[in-house]
Ligand binder design. Sequence first.
Ligand code: SF4
Length: 223
Amino acid sequence: MNKQNINVAAWVSLTTTEGPGSRFAMWLQGCPFRCKGCCNQNMLEMREAHVMSIDQAFNLILKEKNTIEGVTFLGGEPMVQAKGLALLAKEIQNIGLSVMVFSGYKYEFLKKGKLPGVLNFLESTDILVDGLYRQDLPETSRRWIGSRNQKLYFLTKRYNEKILQPKKTKVSGAANEHQREMEIRFSSSNDKIVINGWPLSSGFQDPLIEHLHKEGIYLQRKK
Ligand code: SF4
């Protein structure tokens, strides 16, 4: 049994916009950075959100084992909680799922091991996307990535560059392939809409959010 806790801002048990294949996405609470245009403002403060043990977090993921190919950790800043996440990531890989991590820290810095647990966390990470979000450098071609300065590292042999290739779409009237994807979730139980997979600066979300607010619909951004 692991005694370490992690502080989770939110999670989605099944998404296709936060990395290769169908994934469980987990956002961590607290980030030391303040990138202009960050769309997870409510996840930046170092406060308690959903504090849970590694075993509790792992059990949430385990329930989805047969429908996902991996887990993606985003922020907030996952590397601030690397000690706990290293344990969780190892358990995730042990059951055959992959691990993807988005971090504002550069890989060069992380490799120095100055943050507690970070080297162990990297050892159990298949894909790392590093670097701060730059609103002035919006990414238009690579899937899942917010800005052009951010780099993607394959830390194991599980994946390669092919996963970045645009996905074909069968939507009538649309281009036959697209680079960026967005998920919009409507919840009938609490009237919330959650958007995954598109940075705030895209110029698309704000008019949508404004329109929905006029209709009295509260909209929550996740990434
Ligand atoms: S974009 Fe990422 S690194 Fe930057 S402030 Fe937001 S959560 Fe932190």
